[in-house]
Ligand binder design. Structure first.
Ligand SMILES: Cc1cc2nc3c(=O)[nH]c(=O)nc-3n(C[C@H](O)[C@H](O)[C@H](O)COP(=O)(O)O)c2cc1C
Length: 212
């Protein structure tokens, strides 16, 4: 059993990473592996809506972020955590662009890599804008049939440096509880599968654009 996390910060070992690591340590204690996927600090193309992913099966852009490598790992993962620093009260542009392309291209396959797998959003901020940022990330879960993992507070840490995050006792506790709750959900789903509880059938999606 494995949880795939995305660090949406250009700081590879910064505050977001520190929060994700706290979740990871808890997962390991619960017998679940984890990996923190770094999407890099370089330019990330936004989705251009070319819809070539529907024909090709994958995003046309292959030279900026390791999107395909991520999606291959995502297919084998049992749960997800998407972490972001807060930028002007929203998630980082790089995380949004990455997730837009990941979910749009995977949406063409019924969100196969993501559907029915528990997911959590995590935000790291110096001070404000966390809940708006979490809201932005949670939107991906809602459209891809992903059960949302909650905690004892909204999933945030505060700090401008990893050292400051390490002083945020409640934030780190919130991360540990995300880890425990994620592990519990993954184990429950595995136990259900063993008992023959199948994934729900999804109806063919109507795409009406409000034209009746
Ligand atoms: C462009 C930019 C905008 C930011 N906007 C906010 C903000 O709106 N609210 C806030 O509390 N912190 C803000 N910050 C601070 C970061 O969110 C905070 O330091 C975060 O913990 C950094 O995480 P990282 O080390 O993983 O990159 C901003 C930082 C940058 C670079």
């Amino acid at each position: 059993m494995k949880v795939l996390m995305v660090n949406g910060s250009s700081n590879e070992k910064g505050c977001t990473y520190t929060a994700l690591t706290e979740i990871g340590r808890t997962l390991v204690k619960e017998g679940i592996e984890y990996e923190i996927f770094y999407i890099g600090g370089g330019a990330v193309r936004d989705c251009i809506g070319c819809r070539q992913c529907a024909k090709k099966g994958s995003c046309v852009f292959t030279d900026d972020v390791p999107l395909q490598a991520f999606l291959e790992k995502a297919r084998g993962a049992d749960g997800f955590v998407f972490g972001t620093p807060v930028y002007y009260a929203h998630p980082s542009g790089r995380l949004f662009s990455f997730l837009d392309r990941a979910f749009y291209s995977e949406g063409r396959h019924g969100y196969g890599a993501f559907a029915f797998k528990p997911a959590a959003a995590v935000a790291s901020a110096r001070r404000g804008g966390t809940t708006a940022s979490l809201d932005g990330i949670n939107k991906y879960f809602g459209i891809a049939q992903m059960p949302v993992v909650s905690s004892t507070y909204w999933n945030m840490v505060h700090g401008q440096t990893p050292e400051e995050v390490c002083q945020d006792a409640e934030g780190l506790q919130t991360m540990r509880n995300v880890g425990r709750n994620m592990a519990w959900m993954i184990k429950c789903f595995a136990a259900g599968k063993e008992k023959g509880i199948l994934l729900p059938e999804t109806e063919k999606v109507f795409s009406t654009n409000f034209i009746r």
